[in-house]
Design a binder for this molecule. Structure first.
Ligand SMILES: [Zn+2]
Ligand SMILES: [Zn+2]
Length: 398
């Protein structure tokens, strides 16, 4: 891949900025919820087809992947590099001060997936007419926001077949537009949901000694669990425990039979993740035994942590330095305790993700906020960095 070619592609993305902003605004005005991205899938898959990509749409009509395969492609020796973006929006009523506000009431692209789709499509437009030294696969993934997410469904559909490595990007409102954040190793956390039901014995609120009060026992268990995370997990290896829902009882003067709580636990290491179930069981059993109650515990496993491949992260960093300069590349020290189902792909192939700065200023609203918006100059930066990473990877692997 000669420098002249790299420069030409880079310039063609930059000169496509207006078109990309228009595409992103169209996607922003027309958001769809997870597993309902029918129009988005239809619209973008047609666009990719027009560009000459081979398009594979899931039978459910949400989510697809598209290949650009060079004429003399030999799957035995030539590489396939995948780029992934996500299609879904969130159940949020948009309040952002923009002229292209969501036209689907109660649904909003508040996680920047409209930007991710635009960035990947920008790459498709820049590379469509070229003869690459390997195959480029673009994965347009549905249902990133829900658990289980769309990644595992697309993998089952064959989206990783023949893929050697995968790259992704997520917008980041904590970083100013024009800059990016990169990090090797742990990038986001694993995500598990817990559901706990305490079984007691119902009765009159005036006579708790005749009952086994599940609400009282639940509060003891909740406090013990909050404390246990700080006492039992290594402080250098973060774990967050959050109860998001508590339910129990039907009247002020009745002690109920059962009480329920549910929430999430996020971890970075496999060791910590494996501790969750025994830890919860030990504490729940101890407290329930002490009060003559019983419990049920269900753990619903979400996506694992994203562990960025060191070599691929270095390739993204290098491409970012070449595109926007060393001074605009932030080496992030800490992972996010949020989670992303990009990690599902990493169970099968090495990959890396980076954070694209989209903040207009220091007061940018965060992801999943009804006021979230992005500085759109970041779109071409995202496309340029990912394109250069892919071209550099093809070059070194050729
Ligand atoms: Zn999100
Ligand atoms: Zn997201």
């Amino acid at each position: 891949m000669d420098t002249q070619f790299l420069k030409k592609i880079d310039a063609s993305i930059s000169s496509n900025a207006k078109n990309l902003i228009e595409l992103r605004r169209f996607l922003h005005r027309n958001p769809e919820l997870s597993q309902q991205e029918f129009a988005t899938t239809d619209f973008l898959s047609k666009r990719l087809l027009d560009l000459g990509f081979d398009v594979n749409i899931r039978p459910e009509k949400t989510g697809f992947y598209a290949d650009l395969t060079p004429k003399n492609f030999d799957p035995k020796t030539d590489k396939t590099i995948a780029l992934r973006c996500d299609l879904d929006a969130l159940p949020i009523d948009e309040k952002a001060d923009v002229t292209y506000i969501s036209e689907n009431p109660g649904v909003m692209h508040a996680c920047g997936h409209d930007a991710h789709m635009t960035i990947i499509t920008g790459i498709a437009e820049a590379l469509a007419e070229t003869e690459l030294p390997g195959r480029l696969r673009l994965i347009y993934q549905h249902a990133e926001e829900t658990s289980p997410g769309g990644a595992s469904e697309l993998i089952a559909f064959g989206a990783l077949k023949g893929v050697d490595s995968i790259l992704g990007v997520h917008v980041e409102p904590k970083i100013k537009a024009g800059k990016v954040g990169v990090k090797p190793g742990a990038f986001t956390a694993a995500f598990d949901v817990f559901e706990i039901t305490i079984h007691g014995k119902a009765g009159h609120g005036a006579r708790p000694h005749h009952c086994v009060d599940p609400i009282y026992i639940l509060t003891q268990a909740a406090n013990a669990l909050y404390n246990a995370v700080g006492r039992r997990a290594d402080a250098g290896d973060p774990m967050t425990f959050s109860i998001g829902k508590i339910e129990g009882g039907s009247a002020y003067n009745i002690i109920p039979n059962t009480a329920f709580m549910g929430g999430t636990i996020r971890t970075l290491s496999i060791e910590n993740r494996e501790k969750i179930k025994p830890l919860l069981n030990q504490i729940l059993k101890g407290i329930c035994d002490a009060h003559g109650a019983s419990y049920e515990l269900t753990i619903l496993s979400g996506s694992p942590a994203i562990i960025n491949d060191i070599h691929l992260n270095r390739s993204i960093r290098q491409a970012a330095v070449e595109t926007i300069g060393e001074e605009n590349v932030i080496d992030m020290q800490l992972p996010s305790m949020g989670s992303e189902d990009f990690s599902e792909y990493l169970k099968f192939v090495p990959g890396a993700m980076f954070r694209l700065g989209v903040a207009e200023d220091d007061n940018a609203h965060m992801l999943h906020s009804a006021f979230f918006k992005i500085e759109e100059t970041s779109l071409t930066i995202g496309s340029r960095i990912l394109t250069r990473t892919v071209l550099n990877l093809f070059k070194e692997e050729a």
